[in-house]
Design a protein around this ligand. Structure first.
Ligand SMILES: [Ca+2]
Length: 80
């Protein structure tokens, strides 16, 4: 559960790019360099498909580090 805690705490407080990159690597279970919805949900089940799709700016079906970074930065309050 530590990854989830880290992820949600970071999403709640905002992240530096460096911290987001560290979280990204922790969440990238298969080391593909992108985060699938399954990988995001494995760490943060509260994330919805709609939210993931909104974060997937180019519609590739996976979040690039830049997309993940922008998404986390846009989420000051994960409960809202
Ligand atoms: Ca991956």
């Amino acid at each position: 559960m530590s990854q989830l805690t880290t992820f949600l705490a970071a999403a709640a407080t905002g992240l530096t790019a460096q911290a987001a990159a560290a979280d990204f690597n922790a969440l990238d279970a298969d080391r593909s360099g992108t985060l699938s919805f399954a990988e995001i949900q494995a760490a943060a089940p509260v994330v919805t498909a709609e939210e993931f799709a909104a974060a997937d700016a180019d519609g590739s079906g996976e979040l690039s580090p830049a997309e993940f970074d922008a998404w986390v930065a846009s989420k000051p309050d994960p409960n809202s």
